[in-house]
Design a protein around this ligand. Structure first.
Ligand code: IPD
Ligand code: CA
Length: 270
């Protein structure tokens, strides 16, 4: 039986509740109000409403906990030991285009350490959750990272910059290096779910630059609890705040890191 502590249960219930109206929105995308955060960077009325709902639900169960949300930023709590990190819709572009691959994401930090993560895709009804020391699950099924040790049979995922984001040339160089030695690369458009797929052994590894804490908080707990390694592309360990992330099993992680580090000469930019 999957372990669910009271706080994990609160996070799961909040994700389910806030996910329900998204199913309706997804069925009538023509009514969605959309605004731009930057070039090709959108926020919808659904993102804002979902974040508000999640904060309401989580605050009701745990008054005083702080928040870091993609849309609303920092909300200081009276309880300085706990903070929820929320992405109301990871994969907003997929959502807007009617692609059913996006997730509500909730991570929980205790004393600055990530201790729990929940990811929910309301369209597929896939609930991913993990708590530090208690394993990672999809619905009731335990998740474990893949066991492959060689690059050749491995399948990787990445995220690519779009209009207005930097790093296009570097992303191309990295893909060139990885595609030459592996079974392929996928770009599915929701970093959190890419990490959940690594946790479940569907993907053997994932990397991306330009990520924010809300994109990865829940996914970090999932991958670690599934037995995987999570770090920065610089080799550093602060994948939550570092802005770059690489995760894989213990055999592929160092190989992928070496390959990506060598993919583009340091003096080249982009
Ligand atoms: C985005 C998705 C995408 C990734 C971007 C993120 P958002 O999150 O995770 O896969 O490539 O870097 O910003 O904006 O849809 O929450
Ligand atoms: Ca988002």
């Amino acid at each position: 039986m999957a372990y669910q502590s009271p706080i994990l249960n609160v996070m799961i219930m909040a994700a389910r509740k806030a996910g329900r109206p998204l199913i309706r929105d997804f069925g009538e995308l023509e009514n969605l109000q959309i605004s731009m955060k930057g070039p090709a960077d959108f926020v919808t009325s659904a993102d804002k409403r979902t974040e508000k709902l999640l904060i309401e639900e989580l605050s009701r169960a745990r008054p005083g906990y702080g928040f870091l949300g993609e849309e609303g930023g920092v909300i200081e709590g009276k309880d300085k030991s706990h903070r929820f990190i929320i992405d109301p819709i990871d994969g907003t572009t997929n959502f807007m285009h009617g692609v059913p691959h996006f997730a509500l994401s909730i991570g929980l930090e205790r004393e600055g350490v990530l201790v729990a993560g929940v990811l929910y895709n309301p369209i597929t009804d896939d609930m991913y959750y993990a708590e530090k020391g208690h394993g990672a699950y999809l619905n009731n099924k335990r998740l474990r990272v893949a066991e492959r040790r060689e690059m050749a049979p491995s399948l990787f995922a990445t995220g690519l910059p779009f209009m207005g984001r930097e790093g296009h040339a570097r992303a191309t160089a990295e893909m060139t290096a990885v595609m030459a030695v592996s079974s392929g690369i996928r770009r599915f458009g929701a970093a959190s779910l890419d990490m959940a797929y690594v946790a479940g052994g569907r993907f053997d590894g994932f990397w991306e630059r330009g990520l924010k804490p809300w994109d990865v908080a829940a996914g970090i707990v999932l991958v670690r609890e599934a037995g995987g390694m999570v770090g920065e592309l610089t080799g550093g360990a602060d994948a939550l705040n570092g802005g770059t992330l690489l995760c894989a099993n213990e055999y592929l992680q160092p190989q992928l890191l070496k390959l990506l580090k060598g993919a583009m000469p340091d003096k080249a930019s982009g």
